[in-house]
Structure formats: structure tokens, C-alpha cells
Design a binder for this molecule. Structure first.
Ligand SMILES: Cc1cc2nc3c(=O)[nH]c(=O)nc-3n(C[C@H](O)[C@H](O)[C@H](O)COP(=O)(O)O)c2cc1C
Length: 393
């Protein structure tokens, strides 16, 4: 008897998305699924993978495909990490712990967002694998220094500094769903928007069993953990500049990953400021709408970096073949965001594990069909991209 996330019900990440949409209140699903403004970049992130086409070598035996890779010196069993996704605890009880555990079992890294609903120590304990901490400067420098110290003490292996959020992008779906009013705690303001939650009684019961409207336990303000507030408002206080990277580096004294690099110039700047790895990312189309698809920027950034740092990538990955395309274009590994967030929203840990399995199986099949025995052996000779992608800037 197949389980709720097994085939034939769940074959692809798109199937997990469909189940998440059914289980979650509209405001929660749209928070995961939506992007900024007209969502042009959100759509382009996925669509642009269609412009990258494979060039297989046939009649090549690849008896056992090797997916192992190392990222910042740690061995991963799959070439993808779980991206920082704020408020995952809204998708499923103890969401961040649940996702970290699934990542650890799969032999990969979980990246914990500052905007997590679970304390970072609990997440590290649950994980069993490497955990990176993603830093927003919400609450200012002293609050960030406290988080950096706790992340170090808990054993986080790297600090991820996200640089593409000087303000939040306008997530129009969140505005329409009344997110601001819903987190205000004011009953009269909330009233017009609560029916979407009453329509999902199972989610609602699980949410209250998990403690209800939570705080952000990793943002410790002078009077205690920051209360749950509109994520947009929180991001507005989190501008990070290149100057900040200096004190962050001194306080952390470990590997730094700069996330949100869109251009070769910013990649070089990040490395000059001490980044050991960068993530080519437009925040999954949630920030500046109208920037190029993330995969479109990858060749430019890889060329600019010239091997001085590890290049990671995210944005639009819904299939293992997308992962393979990004690796061919020079990414060392990729981050997946919505692909696992849909799984978490659909079925908790089982859904995250299913998302990981779908991607892993896709990657093995794609490598085999390409005639390449390992992800480490992938290079640009296995793909064609439109000529203007390689135009120097
Ligand atoms: C619901 C959601 C919340 C996110 N929260 C954060 C965050 O707190 N910090 C961050 O650096 N990126 C955040 N991101 C961006 C992801 O880390 C990642 O860059 C993006 O999801 C990649 O695109 P994809 O979803 O198409 O895989 C979030 C993305 C989503 C979908």
C-alpha cells in the first residue's frame, strides 16, 4: 500500500507542491510559493533551465553514479543543500528541526534561517549532519553578535550572509492575504483574514499543538526573543553592507558564505571581503523582480571567480536535471528552497525526504543518460547554452 508521498500520488516536486497547497492555509502556501511584484523573475528562474540543453554521450557504461561532493571541506552525499527558508515552523510543527533531520539522514547540509521558529541549538541537535547559520542583521549589531556566538557554540559549520535584502521585496500575495494584519495580534484586524485558516482545521490543530504563533528564538532582543512579526517588516531592518562583512568575519572566525550574488563584480567583491563560498541567487525571485534568471547569471559569476572560492547556486530548481545543468555550468553544489519547502508543507519530514529522493533519483538517471559517471566529472561539454549567456560584461 503506497504511503501519502509515494508514487503514483507523488512523482515530482510539482506533486508535492499540489499536496502542500491542499494542506496549508492560503496565506502560508502563498508565502512559500510566491515572489516579488509581477513574479517575472520567479517564473524565469524555472523557465530558463529550458534554455540549457544537454549533449549526451551515448553507449557509455556508468555502472554506479557517484554523487559525492565536498563543500567547504565537508563531504556531502548529494550535490544539493537545503536553503534557508524562514518561518518553516509555520509549514509543519517543529519545521526547521524536521527539515534538518531529513537533510542529515540524506547526508547533506541544512541551512538555518535567522527567521527560524526553532532555536538553533535544537536544530543542530536534530540534524546529525552539518548545519550552517544564515545571518540577517535584524535587531542590529549586538543582536547579531549574540547569534553568531550561539551559532559557533552550537557547532554550526559556516555562516551565510545574505546580501540581497536591504528591504523586503513586495510580495503581493502576502499583502492580499492579510499577512500584516494576521501577525498583528489585533483581533479586529485579523478577523477578515482568519477564514482561510478555519478552512484547514488539520493544519490549525497541528499549529496550536506546536505552540501557536511563535517567536523568533534566534533573534534575542534586550527584552527577549523577537515576537513573530511580518517578515517583510523584519527584513527592512536587516540591511547588510560590505563594511559589515569585516566585523562579521572577525566575530565568526570560520567559513563565510555570501548569498545573493547576481553579478561577477559582486562575486569578486565578496571574495575580497573573505567569502570562502558564494551563492549565485536572486532569493528565489522574492526580492528585486526583473533581475535575470539565476541560472542565466551563473556563467558570468563562475568566469569572474576563477576558482578563488566555491560557487554555489540557487533559484528555480524543481528537478534533478536542473541540478545537473547548474553543475555543468560550474556550480560546485546547489541549494534548493521551495522544492523541499513544498515537501515540508505537504507531509513534514516524509515530504522533505521524498523531495530529496526525487532530486537524487533524477540526478542519477540524468547522469546515466548523459554517459557521465559522477557529478564531479560534469562540465560545460555536457550542455549548450544560448550564445549571449557567455557575453562578457
Ligand atoms: C518561503 C521562503 C523563505 C525564505 N527565507 C529565506 C531566509 O530567511 N533567508 C534567506 O537567505 N533566503 C530565504 N529564502 C530564499 C532561499 O534561501 C533560496 O534562495 C530560494 O528559495 C531559492 O529558490 P527556489 O525556491 O526556487 O529553490 C526563502 C525562500 C522561500 C521560498
Amino acid at each position: 500500500m503506497p504511503g501519502p508521498v509515494d508514487p503514483p500520488r507523488i512523482v515530482t516536486v510539482a506533486d508535492l507542491r499540489r499536496v502542500a497547497k491542499k494542506r496549508l492555509p492560503r496565506a502560508v502556501f502563498d508565502y512559500i510559493d510566491g515572489g516579488a511584484d509581477a513574479e517575472v523573475t520567479l517564473r524565469e528562474n524555472c523557465r530558463a533551465f529550458d534554455d540549457v540543453v544537454f549533449r549526451p554521450r551515448c553507449a557509455v557504461a556508468t555502472p554506479r553514479c557517484d554523487l559525492d561532493t565536498t563543500v567547504l571541506g565537508a563531504r556531502l552525499r548529494v550535490p544539493f543543500l537545503l536553503a534557508p527558508v524562514g518561518s518553516s515552523r509555520l509549514f509543519y510543527p517543529r519545521g526547521e528541526e524536521v527539515a534538518a533531520r531529513a537533510a542529515g539522514v540524506a547526508g547533506t547540509t541544512y541551512i538555518l534561517s535567522t527567521l527560524s521558529g526553532c532555536p538553533l541549538q535544537d536544530v543542530v541537535r536534530a540534524s546529525g549532519g552539518p548545519v550552517w547559520y544564515q545571518l540577517y542583521l535584524i535587531g542590529g549589531r549586538d543582536v547579531a553578535l549574540g547569534a553568531i556566538a550561539r551559532a559557533r557554540d552550537a557547532g554550526c559549520a559556516a555562516l551565510v550572509v545574505t546580501i540581497d535584502t536591504p528591504v523586503s521585496g513586495l510580495r503581493e500575495r502576502d499583502v492580499r492575504n492579510g499577512v500584516k494584519a494576521l501577525v498583528s495580534g489585533k483581533p479586529f484586524a485579523m478577523l477578515p483574514h482568519v477564514f482561510q485558516f478555519l478552512a484547514k482545521p488539520r493544519w490549525l490543530a497541528a499549529y496550536f499543538r506546536d505552540g501557536g504563533l511563535m517567536k523568533f528564538p534566534n533573534i534575542v532582543l534586550p527584552d527577549g526573543p523577537m515576537p513573530y512579526a511580518d517578515v517583510g517588516a523584519a527584513l527592512e531592518q536587516s540591511m547588510v553592507s560590505w563594511n559589515d562583512l569585516r566585523w562579521i568575519r572577525e566575530a565568526w572566525r570560520g567559513p563565510i558564505v555570501v548569498k545573493g550574488v547576481h553579478t561577477g563584480d559582486d562575486a569578486r567583491r565578496a571574495i575580497d571581503e573573505g567569502a570562502g563560498a558564494i551563492v549565485v541567487s536572486n532569493h528565489g525571485g522574492r526580492q528585486l523582480d526583473g533581475v535575470a534568471a539565476s541560472v542565466r547569471m551563473l556563467p558570468e559569476v563562475v568566469a569572474a571567480v576563477r576558482g578563488r572560492a566555491e560557487v554555489l547556486f540557487d533559484g528555480g530548481i524543481r528537478r534533478g536535471s536542473d541540478v545537473v545543468k547548474a553543475l555543468c555550468l560550474g556550480a560546485r553544489a546547489v541549494l534548493v528552497g521551495r522544492a523541499y519547502a513544498y515537501g515540508l508543507g505537504a507531509a513534514g519530514g516524509a515530504g522533505v525526504t521524498r523531495a530529496i529522493d526525487i532530486l537524487r533519483n533524477d540526478i542519477v538517471r540524468t547522469l546515466t543518460l548523459l554517459g557521465v559517471a559522477s557529478t564531479a566529472a560534469l562540465d560545460a561539454s555536457s550542455v549548450d547554452v544560448p550564445a549571449d549567456w557567455l557575453r562578457p560584461h
